[in-house]
Design a protein around this ligand. Structure first.
Ligand SMILES: [Zn+2]
Length: 78
């Protein structure tokens, strides 16, 4: 991602500004790093792509791998 992206990127949870920590950069493009908001949300940048999924959504995606067969279908509909 380019540094100019910081102008439009905000935390998807709190809409607050993000702080960029660069771990790898090439030709003005951030390849690896971390975006942090004031509230402590952390968003990783991998291969130049910022992962802006809110942390709780990311957890849901992780746990959905265990495939819960959720709904209680014994209840009659009244
Ligand atoms: Zn946040």
């Amino acid at each position: 991602m380019r540094h100019s992206l910081m102008d439009i990127l905000v935390c998807p949870v709190t809409k607050s500004e993000l702080t960029l920590e660069v771990t790898r950069e090439e030709n003005g493009e951030v390849l690896n790093g971390t975006l942090r908001c004031e509230e402590g949300h952390v968003f990783p940048i991998k291969d130049g792509i910022p992962n802006m999924l809110p942390p709780d959504i990311r957890e849901q995606l992780d746990t959905s791998a265990t495939h819960e067969s959720g709904t209680n279908d014994a209840e009659p509909v009244t």
